[in-house]
Write a protein that binds this ligand. Structure first.
Ligand SMILES: *Cc1c(COP(=O)(O)O)cnc(C)c1O
Length: 240
């Protein structure tokens, strides 16, 4: 019986993945973006290994995790799937930075100098630099994490000077807005900052915005990587 349940969950995930990829393609077209320019990051936090394996078997490779312990355990458990790309997208406490430096390919949530320095120092020799995005606070008081746009230039300069970090772009988690237009208004300053930055550095190619609830606005606003959990894996149950 258990096997049947897992079979049908795997089938659901495969279908959801196809739907989300198709939706991204349609939104690229609708908002005059180049076909294929928006990557999908599958946000698998709180989901079991079987869910990640189902997405992997359906051809997906990039997974996003929020909680350090969980991210490390999953990356170890699935180390035989060597071409998985692990993205850390959650808040980072400095005493956990080493675990992230040792196991993640990308970190989207760089929001202070101390964390950037520690990740670079703690990256094991022999591993490629960590691809990083600076998390930008575009909602002011509404969310605390992230650097202000006014502090972006100094953060960029700091990361450029760190040998084991490769700056790839910007990330944001805006406060929820209830319309497409309102979501776009909030994204606009970020989009401008990203365009400016990417023109100054050819390695900067990633604007990590867009979740299950605001994909259209994010893709209209220049997203190159959407982070989708619920629409792929179903609602999360935090009571477990
Ligand atoms: C959980 C999470 C997501 C995915 O959210 P959904 O609404 O489930 O698509 C994306 N980004 C971050 C930073 C998250 O924590």
């Amino acid at each position: 019986m258990l096997a049947d349940v897992e079979q049908s969950e795997a089938q659901d995930i495969k279908e959801n993945l196809a739907l989300v990829l198709r939706q991204i393609g349609q939104l690229e077209q609708e908002h005059h973006r180049e076909a294929g320019c928006v990557r999908l990051l599958a946000v698998s936090k709180t989901k079991p290994l079987s869910a990640l394996v189902a997405a992997y078997q359906a051809g997906h490779r990039a997974f996003g995790e929020n909680y350090v312990q969980e991210a490390v355990e999953k990356s170890q458990a699935l180390s035989h799937l060597a071409d998985i790309e692990w993205h850390f997208i959650g808040p980072i406490q400095s005493n956990k930075s080493r675990l992230i430096a040792e196991s993640m390919d990308w970190v989207h949530s760089i929001d202070r100098e101390k964390i950037a320095r520690r990740l670079s120092e703690q990256r094991p020799k022999g591993l490629a630099p960590i691809n990083v995005c600076i998390q930008v606070n575009i909602s002011g008081e509404a969310t605390k994490a992230g650097v202000a746009l006014s502090e972006l230039a100094s953060m960029v300069a700091l990361i450029d000077a760190l040998p084991n970090l490769q700056l790839r772009g910007l990330m944001a988690i805006p406060a929820p807005q209830d319309s497409f237009d309102a979501q776009c208004v909030v994204y606009q300053p970020l989009m401008h900052a990203f365009v400016e930055l990417s023109q100054s550095d050819s390695m900067i190619d990633t604007l990590s915005i867009g979740m299950s609830g605001d994909l259209p606005a994010a893709i209209a606003s220049g997203s190159t990587m959407v982070r989708v959990g619920t629409a792929l894996f179903g609602a999360r149950d935090y009571s477990q």
